[in-house]
Each structure stands twice: as C-alpha cells, then as structure tokens.
Design a protein around this ligand. Structure first.
Ligand code: FES
Length: 118
C-alpha cells in the first residue's frame, strides 16, 4: 500500500491579511515537522486544494493508484501527530484505523477502485 498524505496549503487564504501563513500552510508545517520527527518525510506533499474548502483546513490520504482516499476537513496543527501516525501506519501496510481524535474530521472516503480480474 502506498499511502500518501496531501495537505492543502491554500485553505482560508482570504481570512488573513496578506503575508500571513494560511491555516493550510500552518498545517503543512506541523505535518512536515511531525513526519521529519518520525523519519517519514517522503509520505507528505502539499497541494493547492482537496475540496475541503468550506471547512478548512483540509488534507487527503490516498492509498496508491486506484486505492481508497480519506479526505479530512477542519484540521488544525494539533492534529498533525495523529494524522501523520495514521498515514505512516497505512503506508507501512498496517490496518490502522482513523484515530478517534480525527473521526469527526473525515469529510469523505472514496472506495478503492476494484480492478477487473484477468
Ligand atoms: S482550499 Fe483547502 S481544501 Fe480547498
């Protein structure tokens, strides 16, 4: 399983004066720091949007090509440890459940695509 975490960096970009880091940028910084602490930096990327805009800040965990997608909303930097532990566990192939502290931040889940058997 190739789980990867994509953090939106543009969330709430109109809520702050220019020059201030967006909520998404603050979330990315917290996630990158936690990923570095755990030595799993490569599983984190930034993206411009994950369609959680009405409930910032957003992030998504995609489990490889054709895999399932967890989309999160209303995240804060305090959620970074739980979020990174979740994706790191899934990336390691463990059947890690969404942490209880993030359960109400799951905005959607896209089922994995079932490939036709040969
Ligand atoms: S702008 Fe962050 S999810 Fe769309």
């Amino acid at each position: 399983m190739k789980a990867h975490l994509f953090v939106c960096t543009t969330c709430d970009r109109y809520a702050l004066p220019p020059g201030q880091p967006t909520r998404g940028e603050q979330m990315l910084a917290a996630v990158e720091a936690e990923a570095a602490r755990l030595g799993v930096d490569p599983i984190v990327s930034s993206v411009p949007c994950v369609n959680s805009c009405p409930r910032p800040s957003g992030a998504a965990v995609r489990e490889g090509r054709g895999g399932g997608v967890f989309r999160f909303a209303r995240l804060s930097p305090a959620d970074a440890p739980a979020l990174v532990a979740f994706v790191a566990g899934r990336a390691a192939g463990k059947a890690v459940e969404v942490p209880a502290s993030l359960a109400d931040r799951v905005a959607s889940y896209v089922l994995p695509r079932t490939l036709p058997s040969a």
